[in-house]
Design a protein. Sequence first.
Length: 332
Amino acid sequence: MGNVSQKVFSVMHYVANKVQRPAVVLLYHRVTTLQQDPQELSVTPANFNAQLTHLASDYHVLDADRFLYHVKNKKPFPERSVFITFDDGYADNYHEALPLLTKHEVPALFYITTSKINTNYELWWDDLERILLTDGNLPPELHITINGQSWQYATGTLTAIRQTYYALQQVLRFCKPAMIESAMEQLYEWSGKDANGRASHRLMTWEEVKAMGGANYATIGCHTHRHPAVGMLSYEEQYTEIGMSKEILEGALGTPQEHFSYPFGGRKFLGSKRYYNADSIKACKALGLQLVTANYYGQVHTWSNPYALPRILVRDWPIDVFRRHMQQFFKY
Ligand SMILES: [Zn+2]
């Protein structure tokens, strides 16, 4: 986004937030300490603890029911309303984030990807990191076929490997689940590493998901079965991917699922690449989902579309940086 449009964008947000008090939806993925975090998705427990202290004292953190009530009934939010969400369903959400949320009496919503629960397989972007960026001798070149197309990547130096990792991330995130699986199979074969994942990157077990669902400061939501960019799928495929995670979670938890977040969820796209589209919204409505969040910068107002609400990604910010960002989020 260029400078001029960035300014216009900021002015629009500023005016909207002056017209009506907004709510801000925060997006987290992980609360833990990792050796490396190339996607920058993890917040350390110390920083998360400090962030929660600040939110609990200076903001109005709504739980999922309350947030849904305001969005559905188009009721303006209380001053400085914040809604906390987590994507993907990592085990640390239960072991590290939930105890801190409980301690601060701050609620959050956890969107769960269902296909790898109770397995020791990692989500594909973590798997890609494990294969390319952790110890092991890799061949100097990678030849891989993705979606019928041949790709060649240099993997002879650490810099080349890192570039290959980021390049593959970009390609695979717009592929259908079967193509991602096929690419991963080729990568296991090529690297000599198998599909068994790391304990540090595992997802919650069913036992943990159920305990999370029963916890005072947690609500469970859906995040598809296999985490594809649903905008790349047909309507029927989208309906199945989203519907499967909903059905599986309802079966396990025994409660109706109303919440969903789009995998990746960005509004930016290249050419025909989409993280979600009009069919995604149609599928969510047909499945009876009530509140759906995306992943693009913005604030929530009574006029926001409840099937593609903006969320703001939180990084591993120390408290002074977090405090500054929060002030900014409410302005524009
Ligand atoms: Zn996700």
